[in-house]
Unconditional design. Sequence first.
Lengths: 168, 112
Amino acid sequence: MKTTVKKFKFFSAHEDEAQEAWLQDMGKQGLHFTGFDRVGRFTFARGEPAHMAYRIDYIDRWKTDDYSRLFEDAGWERVADLFGWFYWRKPVADGVVPEIYTDPQSKIAKLQRMLVTIAAIAAVFVFLALPYDDVPMYLVIALVVFVPFNTYQSYLLLKRIRELRNPA
Amino acid sequence: MELNFSKYLPLSEASFYVMAALDAPMHGYAIMQKVEAMSEGSVVIGPGTLYGAFTTLEKQGLIAKVSEIDRRKSYALTERGRLVLAEHIRRLAIMVRNGEAALSILNKGNAA
């Protein structure tokens, strides 16, 4: 049996819970998340099955020393970080899966941070293209890829935020 | 100090407890433990929520960083923070008084 397993899997920005549940499930099967070796490709180390909680955060600042320190003090281990997304892990004790966000307002704030960044990326490409009569190829490609994709991701995030604001 | 309290109030439960815990300067994780003890286990603030509360309260000028040792930032309540906390508690006390009065009427109604 191979000791390292790699899997490609795509998750939308708003699908944190699905991603966390998937990583937790993999851990129960003995596959422990170690990081990304490529965008979208999860790497796992094979070991003993363990019940570990995985939580994903999104931070939009450059200096994150005190942020990491707080999580480490609280018993969380940083598994990976990629473009502002942080993957944290902590053992599950007494069947209670620990959370990093313990109220709906801060959970919503995290999604709003993602939304701002994702929408801003699309907006930046649009603004870059505006002054051109003959838009250069790299910008055309960026526009064709990012504008629809980021707009759709933004829509999904807004929908999720609305769901969290109005629990049924 | 003339303060527009509506800019800061009402405080979220997490923000209130963070501010109430800062009777002396303290760093993140120590605040997390103190809040759990103060609320007798009913309020547990996760690190993501706590970090967000620090960012917001600092931006609003209600707390300020006093030191950073070993990557741990310690915060203290500012004068503005102290006034906002006092006003929040004043309003909470009125709410509790009104709530208890309403409950005693409702309970009498049920007993009858």
